[in-house]
Design a protein around this ligand. Structure first.
Ligand SMILES: [Zn+2]
Length: 191
């Protein structure tokens, strides 16, 4: 990471808009296009910014890599499916995933209707992705919902950081809990 600077042409980022758009990125592609996932086989540093949404890194046995910004809207609308398909267009080897810190169910109150809508799109039971907040309200377990989607696509989960960005003040930025404007970055690159 120390070798990267903001002037580095290998750094690629997109204008994240909570969509289900994945871009296949090459060295000459411009940054700032509207999308929420990038896939590449080139020696680039795919960079995603988050505060409460989940940062997801994907990698394959054949060294294709992906970086995703995944909140509930993107998840519901198929951002993981879209990134998976973009990888499958160029690479049929096993895909592995890492999930970074995101908001936990402890802090993510949700209505039953919204939960049911997400469950319908993920083809799972609402109870599988439901939980309760610290104060006992119905909540979305975003991490669990992502796990359900990864499993349905046969993507192997290699690592997940289960800390809640909203609970752990001082360590993570949280838009929802503290209205912070700063973001954390996930950088996926080949070594
Ligand atoms: Zn929390």
């Amino acid at each position: 990471m120390a070798a990267l600077s903001s002037e580095d042409r290998r750094i690629k980022w997109v204008d994240q808009v909570h969509s289900n758009t994945t871009l296949r990125i090459g060295p000459s592609d411009e940054c700032g296009q509207p999308a929420d996932a990038m896939v590449s086989k080139d020696s680039l540093a795919l960079t995603i910014f988050v505060a409460d949404c989940a940062p997801i890194a994907l990698g394959t046995q054949s060294a294709t890599m992906g970086a995703l910004h995944c909140g509930w809207k993107g998840l519901r609308d198929g951002i993981i499916r879209s990134a998976h398909q973009t990888i499958r267009d160029i690479d049929h080897s096993q895909i592995f995933a890492l999930i970074g810190p995101c908001i936990g169910p402890c802090c993510y109150e949700f209505s039953y209707d919204d939960l049911a809508d997400i469950a319908l799109k993920l083809r799972c039971d609402p109870e599988e992705i439901a939980a309760f907040t610290q104060s006992g309200s119905l909540a979305l377990d975003l991490r669990k919902a992502i796990e359900v989607e990864l499993a349905s696509l046969d993507i192997e989960l290699s690592f997940e950081d289960k800390r809640c960005t909203s609970c752990v003040a001082g360590e993570f930025f949280s838009y929802r809990a503290r209205g912070e404007a700063e973001r954390m970055a996930l950088i996926v690159e080949k070594l």
